[in-house]
Design a protein around this ligand. Sequence first.
Ligand code: NAG
Ligand code: NAG
Ligand code: NAG
Ligand code: NAG
Ligand code: NAG
Ligand code: NAG
Length: 490
Amino acid sequence: MSKLIISLFVVVLFVLQLVSSQQCETGSVQFTSDLSNLSDWDHYWERTVGSGHAVLALREDWRRALALSHEKLGFQSVRFHGIFDDDLSVVQLDSNGSIIYSWYDVDQAYDYIVELGMAPYVELSFMPELLASGNATIFHYKGNITPPKNYTQWSNLIQAFITHVVDRYGMDVVSQWQFEIWNEPNCGFWSSDQTNYFKLLLETFNAIKSIYPQLSVGGPATCQSAWIPETLAFAKANGIQLDFVSTHEYPTDIQPLQRNIMKQVLTNSRQQVGPNMKLYYSEYNDGLFFRHDTTYASAFIMFNIPDVYGIADIFSWWCFSDVFEEQGQQSVPFNQGFGLLTIYDIPKPSFKAFELLHETGKMRANVTGEHPTAGVFTTLSDDEIMVIIYNHNIPDAPIANETICVTLENIQGTITDSYLRRIDHDNCNPIATWTAMGEPEYPTKSQIDQLKAAAEFNYQPIDFNQNGNSLTFTLEVMPQGVAAVTFKFQ
Ligand SMILES: *[C@@H]1O[C@H](CO)[C@@H](O)[C@H](O)[C@H]1NC(C)=O
Ligand SMILES: *[C@@H]1O[C@H](CO)[C@@H](O)[C@H](O)[C@H]1NC(C)=O
Ligand SMILES: *[C@@H]1O[C@H](CO)[C@@H](O)[C@H](O)[C@H]1NC(C)=O
Ligand SMILES: *[C@@H]1O[C@H](CO)[C@@H](O)[C@H](O)[C@H]1NC(C)=O
Ligand SMILES: *[C@@H]1O[C@H](CO)[C@@H](O)[C@H](O)[C@H]1NC(C)=O
Ligand SMILES: *[C@@H]1O[C@H](CO)[C@@H](O)[C@H](O)[C@H]1NC(C)=O
């Protein structure tokens, strides 16, 4: 009897040893990351995030969502349209019919942002009706998109605004802000043409620089990466030096869809501006085809953030919350709105992707390995290795469950803890829970709690084989899935 147990024990030991000496399974997709080969991992995507228009900054639900996004995702500034819109009562007439300014609502918005430890990324828009040359408006909230009827009045507004924010927050603070002239003058946000946009650009730039040359001012904030050479040529011809060139790109802007379109387009824009000009992508997201509530968005983020690394100085996701009124506020909690958070602050898969990214270290380790849909990146901090694995492709393109084997080499120190978190169909996917509930339009408090619980990370153990200072682990990752493996070390 005891002999049998001993021989069974020996067999088990032998099998265990076989398993642990085996590296990657044949057929698995293999990546190797060398933790002695490090480069900087700048959290460039955290500099700015987009938002619905300015007046929302006075709302409790917007504020809660911004505070959560700042705390969990590390966003440092927030960009929105419409700081001069009449719903903030900025431009008024006194009893004699002269123009006066009211900054109280603007202060309410900016005070909150500054108190959070964030900054506004200031988009100078839209036209107060009293200064407007026409009545053309955009969106449910009716932002006036016409040129000023009198550029002196516009420049006076700009100077009064700048003087006010410098007086209130101090030059040390405001010199860290960005001032961007208008929004998408080529895509329906400007009732006039390029020539008149450039006039607005020049007048606004000069209005600011003539009083505070140290502030950071730029444009043209175009859609579809347009007008970059034209803007640079206009600035040169008029003897002005823009502090940054800004534009927008959505991966659906160019058809048919391409998996690496963001990198292609950003690379082209970088070539147009040259190596020394700041290039701001002040809007982008996973595309204007409304998959924002799904794991498509989280996998898109994990593929693109490392893919476009080092090209743009700002890469600002549009937007952080579904508290948003361009088509009027939507009541259905999952409506494929732009937000990372739904109304009621339920984190979407995209929010959880940015949460993982915020946790990544400040150094990146070299990774070798190639696959058409799967990819890996590894980061290092003082006490943590993070390995993020994604499986992403554009809609209707080939994608399958992939078995992915990762080898980490040259690990320093001793591993003290390890865990796995996933974002995929079965994890951090609250829209699936909402669908299973019968898609309640107005979820009850207990349903909201259930949806929030479904959005949270599930911490799982990770099996790995360590051999000296290298280790190997294997995971299956679903289509549009993300897996993050953390190793704590001392
Ligand atoms: C380190 O990584 C760089 C690229 O990031 C590569 O060119 C180089 O060969 C690697 N060095 C070693 C020693 O593996
Ligand atoms: C309106 O004009 C009158 C006469 O010039 C002046 O006394 C008064 O202060 C003005 N009111 C305002 C609000 O500026
Ligand atoms: C805008 O419309 C109002 C009301 O129809 C009108 O009184 C005003 O003159 C218009 N303004 C411009 C600049 O056309
Ligand atoms: C434009 O506005 C300025 C400042 O209010 C004023 O002095 C000037 O007369 C206006 N120009 C025209 C053409 O109305
Ligand atoms: C890692 O290094 C290899 C050459 O050793 C290089 O081809 C590859 O681009 C590097 N990868 C990263 C992510 O730096
Ligand atoms: C992919 O993996 C998931 C979860 O492990 C499984 O439910 C699904 O059936 C797999 N799909 C295919 C095509 O193998």
